[in-house]
Each structure stands twice: as structure tokens, then as C-alpha cells.
Design a protein around this ligand. Structure first.
Ligand SMILES: Nc1nc2c(ncn2[C@@H]2O[C@H](COP(=O)(O)OP(=O)(O)OP(=O)(O)O)[C@@H](O)[C@H]2O)c(=O)[nH]1
Length: 519
């Protein structure tokens, strides 16, 4: 941008531009900060609530498993001496399954793995020996166990919770256990889904081999999960929350908790993008709420800018025409309500006064004779022009010092100057207000007498002549003057003719012996 184009920008626009720019930057950065804070808040609160939910579910599962083992242990104690008692086995199996509906089915095995009794009866597995992984794990472990997920003999994906039956001599004689269905309605589903109802949150449970034991999408139960950073974290033990990436590569906000009794992991996760979806709408609402405030702010900025720049604009306008006659009034009428503007106004006002005073002086100097202080020829011509224009009648006197050359030659040029000044003083003293005494040449003077009849002018001329004659002049003594008097009226010839007449009459006076008046 060139300096020329910059100087065309006025202060009001400049202040407005920079203030608005600053306000805009502040507004945008504030909105950005609000956005960042809200985003962090949303993420943190999602992580925290997912962590709390995962912890709750994990603790419920742990409690369920402990209760189940307690019930099975109690049953195993009862069954230890009764494995041959078919009636007892049957009633115990029914009791166990019906007791608190923890298990979808219950089975009692002997030491060889043969099913001695099962509930419900319609399973029809009594007398069979199972080779499924989960049952084999349970029977061979000889200790309280929670199996991995496996597909049961009758095709259900299940886990098997078992307790060994040990006789009084400490001999392993069998096992009692209950299965929990993973894909069908079971106590596990009830436990997990009873705490929470947020559809945007996925809850899933994995075992130590990353197999899904629970998922809202039942078709996925039993799948072994691929890389999922939340699963990695939960199977490491403990609990926490993190921004994770699931098996599909989706960024998630996950809370997780480990179930030590079964070495399972519970994960509650929600999509990061979906969580932050509400942020856009929130920011829109914030912007809409700020808009009226911005509008008010903008109006205030415009008003204040106008208020601040008005005195400066008015002073600048006055400064651009300092030669105007009303310039001082214009400057003084500016309401400079703050200190800088007041200083500028005062400086400008003083500047104008000084300039006008200087101009006046120059003007006066240009129109006056420096030695005598009388008007010079230029001033006289101007006065004659005005008299002619206004049609004012006047008399003109042409005066000349007699034998002035001799004065100079006898007393010196300086003494001659003193004589000239003395004549000028007499002329001033004899003039009324409105008369114009002029020095029109070396030792020549003219006196203009507006609105004076010729007779009166002749009287004045006589008085003047006599006063000069009687005036004592330092070094010189006295001098005499000769005078020619002519008059002008509006209907007469041009003023130049009158001056010429006065000169001719002066010449006449000189010729007739000097020290006299001719009219
Ligand atoms: N001291 C002084 N002398 C001036 C000035 N201007 C003109 N003179 C002198 O005025 C004298 C005019 O002389 P002249 O024109 O011969 O006339 P005069 O001697 O007055 O004779 P008359 O006019 O015929 O009576 C000259 O000697 C000029 O040098 C001035 O400013 N100061």
C-alpha cells in the first residue's frame, strides 16, 4: 500500500478497523477456547462415566461369580456323601438351578466325568460323558473354576462355573457346576444391562483369550477380538479410562475394569466422533447467544469512535483552510473534550492567530512607508480605487519640500530623513480619522481628504503649510513646503486626472515662489 493511499484513510475508519479487528480476534479466540474446554469436558466426562460403569459391571460380575461358587461349594458339601443317592441328586440339582436362577443349567458329575444328574430334566444328558473343553477344564482342575467360553454339547455358547466334590477323606469324587448361556438370556445379560441405559455406550466383556462373552449385538458373542487398545489395557489388569481404537479402527472413549475371579475384562466404550457431535450444536448456540452482545459492542465501538474522532476531524477540516476569514471561530467552536484534542485546538488556534497577525503585519508593511509610517503609493492607489468605486467625493493635496536638495547637501542625508519624518508627523497631526496621508516619492507627499469641500481643504493646506514653516527640526532648523489642492466628485473625470491637477498646481506654487498653496 502506497503512502499516498494510506493518507486517504481517515482516523475514524482506522480506529474502527483496528478495534473491530481486535474484537474479532478476541471473539474468535474466546470461541476457540470455549470449544477446546467443552470438548475436553465432554471427553473427560464420557471417560469418567464409562470407567465408573465398567467398574460397576466388573464388580457385579465378580460378586455373581463369588456367590455362585459359594452356592456350588455348599451344594458340593451336601453331595459329598450322597453321590449314590439318586433322589437326593435330583432334588439337589433342581434346588440349585431354581435357587436364584444364576445358572441356565446345572449338572452333577462323578469322578469319571459322567453326568449323574442334571437340571432342567429336558436336557436329557444324564449318564453321558462330556468331552467339551469347558467341562473337561472344570473336571480336571479339581478346584473351583470358571471355564472359558465354549459351545456346549447341545449347541449353546456357555461358560461353566464349577466346584469339586471331595469326600470326607479328601478324595476327589466328582464335581457340581452350572452353565451360564452367553447368547441367550442369562443372569450375565441381566447383570450387565441392569446398570445402564445409554444406547450410545457399548458394553462388552472379554475373557483372557479376547473372546467376547457379552456384547449388545448377540451375534458377535463368541468372536475373538482383533487389535483393540482398550482390550489390551483391561487384560493387563486393573481399571481405568482411555481414548482407544477398537478392532474396526474407530476412535473410542473407553472405560474398563478387570474381573480378577474370572480374568475377564469389562469395557464400556462410546464413539469419540458421536460424543463430540453435540459440540457443533453447542458452539452454534454459544455463537447465537454472543451475537446480540457483539451487535451492541459493535454499535458502542462505532459511537465511541465517532466521539473520539469528531474533534480531530473538525480540527483537520479547519486546518485545511486556515486562510478562511472565519477560521479562528471554526477552530474555537470545536468541542475538544479530551486533553490531546484540546492541546491541538489550542496550538492550532495560536498558530492561526500568529499567522494572521504576521499576515496583517506583512500587509501593513507592504502598504506603508517604513521611514515615516505613512501610507505608500500602493496604499494610496487602493484608497483611490475605493473612493472611485464608492463614488465618495474627496480633495487631494500634493505636497513637496522646498529646496530639499539643499537641506541634504547642507546638513547631510540623515538630517534630511529627520526633516521628512517631521513633515510626516505634521501631516498625521493635521489629518482627521478617515484622511489618508501618504508619502508618494522621495520628498513628495499626498494627503487624501474624503468628503471635504475644496474650500475646507484649502484651509487645511494653509494650516499645514504654516505648521511646517513653524516646526523646529533637529539639525535642520525649519523647512517650507508648497502645496497643490484639487478636488474630485463622482460625476467628474477619473481620479488620476485629479492627482495630475494637484501635481500641476504644486508645480504652479513652486513657480510662484514656493511656501504657498495653489488651488
Ligand atoms: N534625505 C533624503 N533625501 C531624499 C530622499 N528622497 C529624495 N531625496 C532628495 O530630495 C531631493 C529632491 O530635490 P529636487 O527634486 O531637486 O527638488 P528640491 O531641491 O526640493 O527643489 P524644489 O522641489 O524645486 O524646491 C534630492 O536631493 C533627493 O536626493 C530621502 O528619502 N531622504
Amino acid at each position: 500500500m502506497s503512502v499516498r493511499s494510506l493518507t486517504r484513510i481517515d482516523l475514524r475508519r482506522l480506529i474502527l478497523l483496528f478495534t473491530l479487528l481486535t474484537a474479532l480476534i478476541t471473539l474468535v479466540s474466546s470461541l476457540y477456547v470455549v470449544y477446546r474446554v467443552q470438548k475436553r469436558e465432554l471427553i473427560d466426562s464420557a471417560l469418567q462415566s464409562n470407567r465408573a460403569y465398567a467398574t460397576k459391571v466388573a464388580s457385579s460380575i465378580g460378586e455373581f461369580l463369588r456367590n455362585s461358587h459359594e452356592h456350588l461349594a455348599y451344594s458340593a458339601d451336601l453331595l459329598a456323601g450322597q453321590l449314590q443317592n439318586e433322589g437326593f441328586l435330583k432334588s439337589e440339582a433342581i434346588r440349585l438351578q431354581g435357587q436364584d436362577s444364576s445358572f441356565n443349567s446345572v449338572a452333577i458329575f462323578d469322578a469319571t466325568g459322567k453326568v449323574l444328574e442334571a437340571s432342567p430334566q429336558n436336557l436329557q444328558i444324564k449318564g453321558r460323558i462330556f468331552h467339551t473343553e469347558g467341562i473337561v477344564q472344570a473336571l480336571h482342575g479339581h478346584q473351583p473354576m470358571v471355564s472359558s467360553a465354549f459351545v456346549s454339547e447341545i449347541g449353546n455358547l456357555v461358560i461353566f462355573i464349577s466346584q469339586p466334590i471331595v469326600d470326607k477323606g479328601g478324595q476327589y469324587v466328582g464335581a457340581v457346576g452350572g452353565s451360564v448361556y452367553l447368547q441367550k438370556q442369562s443372569v450375565l445379560h441381566t447383570l450387565i444391562s441392569s446398570h445402564f441405559n445409554d444406547v450410545s455406550v457399548q458394553v462388552y466383556v472379554v475373557d483372557s483369550s479376547r473372546r467376547l462373552l457379552y456384547h449388545a449385538d448377540h451375534n458377535r458373542i463368541g468372536q475373538v477380538l482383533g487389535p483393540d487398545t482398550a482390550v489390551d489395557a483391561v487384560l493387563g489388569g486393573g481399571r481405568g479410562a482411555m481414548e482407544s481404537v477398537d478392532a474396526e479402527g474407530t476412535a473410542m472413549l473407553s472405560g474398563y475394569a478387570y474381573v480378577p475371579d474370572s480374568r475377564w475384562g469389562v469395557i464400556c466404550a462410546q464413539s469419540r466422533a458421536a460424543t463430540l457431535e453435540s459440540l457443533g450444536a453447542l458452539m452454534g448456540k454459544t455463537a447465537m447467544a454472543i451475537f446480540p452482545v457483539c451487535l451492541i459492542g459493535f454499535t458502542i465501538i462505532c459511537w465511541v469512535t465517532q466521539l473520539i474522532t469528531r474533534p480531530l476531524r473538525q480540527l483537520a477540516a479547519a486546518a485545511s483552510q486556515l486562510d478562511a476569514v472565519d477560521s479562528p471561530e471554526q477552530i474555537n467552536s470545536v468541542r475538544a473534550w479530551y486533553i490531546e484534542a484540546a492541546h491541538i485546538r489550542r496550538a492550532l488556534s495560536m498558530g492561526v492567530a500568529l499567522m494572521q497577525e504576521k499576515l496583517g503585519r506583512l500587509n501593513r508593511q507592504a502598504q506603508s512607508d517604513p521611514m515615516t509610517g505613512l501610507a505608500n503609493r500602493r496604499a494610496m492607489d487602493e484608497a483611490l480605487r475605493v473612493l472611485q468605486q464608492t463614488g465618495t467625493p474627496f480633495c487631494a493635496m500634493a505636497l513637496d519640500i522646498d529646496h530639499f536638495k539643499k537641506v541634504n547637501d547642507t546638513f547631510g542625508h540623515d538630517a534630511g530623513d529627520v526633516a521628512l519624518q517631521a513633515i510626516a508627523d505634521v501631516l498625521k497631526r493635521c489629518s482627521r480619522d478617515g484622511d489618508l496621508p501618504c508619502r508618494t516619492g522621495g520628498e513628495e507627499f499626498t494627503l487624501l481628504l474624503p468628503n471635504m469641500p475644496k474650500a475646507s481643504a484649502i484651509d487645511v493646506a494653509e494650516r499645514l503649510r504654516a505648521m511646517v514653516e513653524n516646526t523646529r527640526i533637529d539639525q535642520v532648523g525649519s523647512v517650507t513646503i508648497s502645496i497643490g489642492v484639487a478636488s474630485w466628485i463622482a460625476q467628474g473625470p477619473p481620479v488620476s486626472v485629479v492627482l495630475k491637477q494637484a501635481d500641476e498646481l504644486l508645480y504652479e506654487a513652486k513657480k510662484k515662489g514656493r511656501n504657498r498653496v495653489e488651488a
